[in-house]
Design a protein around this ligand. Structure first.
Ligand SMILES: CCCCCCCCCCCCC/C=C/C(=O)SCCNC(=O)CCNC(=O)[C@H](O)C(C)(C)COP(=O)(O)OP(=O)(O)OC[C@H]1O[C@@H](n2cnc3c(N)ncnc32)[C@H](O)[C@@H]1OP(=O)(O)O
Ligand SMILES: Cc1cc2nc3c(=O)[nH]c(=O)nc-3n(C[C@H](O)[C@H](O)[C@H](O)COP(=O)(O)OP(=O)(O)OC[C@H]3O[C@@H](n4cnc5c(N)ncnc54)[C@H](O)[C@@H]3O)c2cc1C
Length: 665
């Protein structure tokens, strides 16, 4: 810990037990302990240094990524780390790379879509890194529309092989992470053609590079797709392009858990929903929701600590300058983001539970919760990533000019994070999926079918369509039932309004198309309801530790009332609350900010991030920001020489020319 703690006074005002809050955040004492150990292991290892990352060229950065990944693997093996420890170690290394896709998508795709035999063959190779895999689905011409992919896998019964081919330029695989330079294998999604019939998209394991010298195999053309947004950032990842020219693979490299092609070329589909093909995406979407709280909490931790250190403007009587964290505007921009970090953390935990539950049911051939899993993972992925990306940028602004420096850590965090709004499903496309399910659920209400899971509230349609909020004072908004009812009524009424408007169109499809902007808003309202509900449920649980439950209660209220305030138009337009009740919610929000203020620094300390992981001179634990900023500036390569390169070529002649002109006057 730091020798001088410039934030000590802030820490002293906390009205709760920070160590216990760490447990509430991490999920258990064991989780705090393991995370702490792995974070320190990474922070103390010079190979994992990352403060120079934004100054490296793309080639240097990529090599640095390979080095870190190899070193991480060496440490994982040497220390015999468990899967949980290894995942955390990779998280704290904090540099996107091919391993993310290998463990995050290639392995899950084989686990989810491979037969037992296939898993037996391929997983041990992947587990030991004897092969490196990626997930090659998106093409140059199609990403969102998976059914529109063009790559073909045509069965040749003569040789018992599939022929993988890219028939057009637009069928080139484009974007897969790890494909460009590192992967030896890929799970490739292609149209299965057998006996002259196109059976749509299926997954195939295809070897791309030699295991001897890493050169592309015959018929395979591949490379990196080029530099991406921001310095450092996601440029450590080799997103790739891949084309096939009639590449042959054995029949048993089609992932055959869901459907099979026999030796004779007969297509056989197991009696399971086709959507299970999208299972890997569902898995990754739920992990992206968990990651959103990590990225958001990092940005918020930096902004809160720096706002407590930074002072601007004196008091009226010429006293000391004011900490910017004391400005009400700073609080009203920052504390909802702090509350959102906690909200996303808890909804992420719940989603992980849901995913595990659905997976167990699928194993038992119970597919009843597949739609719920799809709606929740798609919708929560969309809302949490959009909010987090915007919030990181807001945290940059909250840190003023210094937030724009790479050394603040915020520009890189933003650049790394922002593609999360696009990958694993563009957020708009995913929200429209949620909207479709909402419309289906509304249409089934008339027939008396009771909605279940997170849609269950829609079953209270008679009541929710006409209920009026009973709130008559600002304090009434602290009642979770009042919040819950207002959010349920808003979500349901928006969905019903959309359904009514769609029903007036010439066709359901046309109505859906015309009303899609409204449908997006209805989907967001439904997802926000889920987040609020899960936060309320969390706070209702027994939570040990002095003051911890009270702080979480306050943050839960901040989150809900902030959303209500931000989307006041929805609540008023649907008649769920009156303008006066909206004003009371805002009044209560102001009081809650005052309650959060003395606890703010301790609430971000509870994330338990090392300075290495935060990677920010502004977010340092000790708050000793100015010497660090000053020191950091001198490390820039531009400061390696006092007189810059190019002076003699471009600056001196210019200055001399001007001097000459002046001397002639
Ligand atoms: C150390 C470990 C770390 C782990 C963490 C890992 C993190 C990794 C970091 C991430 C790195 C980035 C990597 C990025 C990878 C990628 O981006 S991979 C590519 C991702 N691509 C997409 O997400 C494409 C998005 N598109 C789609 O998902 C689909 O095309 C679509 C939009 C859903 C439409 O599909 P379509 O087949 O056309 O279906 P519809 O007609 O719309 O619907 C038919 C029915 O199917 C239901 N459905 C759709 N999807 C699903 C699903 N996933 N699950 C279940 N059901 C689904 C849909 O509701 C319809 O149902 P009915 O109405 O009942 O028929
Ligand atoms: C950093 C990064 C990493 C990636 N990694 C991988 C990977 O490892 N493997 C892989 O296979 N892919 C990967 N992808 C690809 C990613 O999955 C796709 O980019 C993503 O699914 C979006 O598809 P798209 O690019 O086709 O966007 P498009 O669908 O072309 O989107 C363009 C615009 O059209 C809108 N739009 C599209 N369809 C509709 C609709 N029906 N209604 C309304 N609006 C619509 C979108 O909202 C968006 O505004 C990665 C992408 C990125 C950026």
């Amino acid at each position: 810990m730091a020798e001088v703690d410039h934030l000590a006074a802030e820490r002293a005002t906390a009205r709760f037990d920070v160590e216990e809050m760490k447990v509430a955040w991490a999920g258990s004492r064991h989780a705090v302990h393991v995370a702490d150990r792995m974070a320190r292991l990474v922070a103390s290892d010079p190979v994992f240094r990352k403060d120079n990352r934004t100054m490296l060229s793309r080639k240097e950065l990529f090599k640095d990524t390979l080095r870190k990944a190899a070193h991480a693997w060496k440490r994982i093996v040497e220390l015999r780390l468990t899967e949980e420890e290894a995942d955390l170690l990779r998280q704290y290394v904090d540099q996107p790379g091919y391993v993310d896709l290998h463990w995050g998508m290639f392995v899950p795709a084989i686990k989810g879509q491979g037969t037992e035999e296939q898993q037996h063959k391929w997983l041990p190779l992947a587990y030991k890194f004897q092969i490196i895999g990626c997930y090659a689905q998106t093409e140059l011409g199609h990403g969102s529309n998976v059914q529109g992919l063009e790559t073909t896998a045509t069965f040749d019964p003569k040789t018992d092989e599939f022929v993988i081919h890219s028939p057009t330029l637009t069928s080139s695989k484009w974007w897969p992470g790890g494909l460009g330079k590192a992967s030896t294998h890929a799970v490739v999604y292609a149209r299965l053609i057998t006996e002259g019939k196109d059976y749509g998209i299926h997954g195939f394991i295809v070897q791309l590079r030699s295991l001897e010298d890493h050169s592309p195999l015959p018929g395979v053309t591949l490379g990196d797709i080029g530099g991406k947004f921001g310095s450092g950032a996601y440029n450590s990842m080799d997103n790739g392009v891949l084309r096939f020219d009639h590449v042959r693979i054995p029949r048993d490299q089609m992932l055959m858990r869901l459907s099979q092609v026999t030796r004779e070329g007969k297509y056989v589909h197991s009696n399971v929903p086709k959507q299970l093909l999208y299972g890997t995406m569902v898995y990754v979407r739920q992990s992206i929701v968990a990651d959103a709280s990590k990225a958001l909490s990092r940005a918020v931790c930096i902004a809160v600590r720096y706002s407590a250190v930074r002072k601007q403007f004196g008091s009226q009587d010429g006293g000391p300058e004011t900490q910017v964290l004391n400005y009400k505007t700073q609080q009203s921009r920052l504390f909802p983001l702090l509350a959102s970090a906690y909200a996303f953390r808890f909804v992420g935990d719940w989603l992980n539970w849901l995913y595990t539950d659905v997976t167990q049911k699928l194993e038992a051939k119970d597919f009843s919760t597949l739609q719920e899993a799809h709606a929740c993972t798609a919708g929560l992925k969309a809302v949490t990533t959009s909010v987090t990306a915007d919030a990181i940028e807001e945290c940059r602004k909250l840190c003023g000019g210094h937030g724009y420096l790479n050394s603040s850590g915020l520009p890189e965090l933003f650049a790394v994070y922002v593609p999360a709004c696009t990958y694993e499903g563009d957020n708009v496309v995913l929200l429209l999926q949620v909207a479709r399910i909402l419309m289906k659920t509304v249409s089934q209400l008339a027939s008396g079918k009771q909605p279940v899971g997170t849609m269950a509230y829609m079953g209270k349609v008679q009541y929710l369509m006409q209920c009026k909020s009973a709130v008559s004072s600002a304090e009434d908004w602290l009642n979770p039932d009042a919040i819950q009812e207002a959010f349920e009524a808003r979500a349901l009424r928006m969905a019903v309004n959309c359904a009514q408007n769609i029903s007036q169109a010439a066709s359901q499809e046309e109505g859906f198309y015309e009303r899609s902007p409204d449908l997006l808003e209805a989907a967001v309202a439904h997802i926000q309801l889920i987040i609020v509900t899960k936060f309320i449920e969390k706070v209702h649980q027994e939570i040990p530790g002095h003051g911890v439950k009270e702080q979480l209660q306050a943050l839960c209220n901040v989150y809900a009332l902030y959303i209500l305030h931000k989307h006041l138009g929805d609540f008023l337009a649907t008649g769920c609350i009156t303008p006066r009740q909206g004003a009371l919610a805002n009044e209560q929000l102001g009081k809650l900010y005052a309650q959060v203020r003395p606890n703010a620094v301790a609430l971000v300390d509870a994330f338990n991030y090392t300075d290495h992981y935060l990677g920010s001179v502004l977010g340092r634990y000790d708050g000793d920001v100015y010497p660090a900023l000053y020191e950091e500036a001198w490390k820039d390569p531009l400061n390696e020489t006092v007189v810059p390169e190019g002076y003699h070529e471009y600056l001196r002649p210019l200055i001399k020319q001007q001097q000459l002109k002046l001397s002639r006057l």
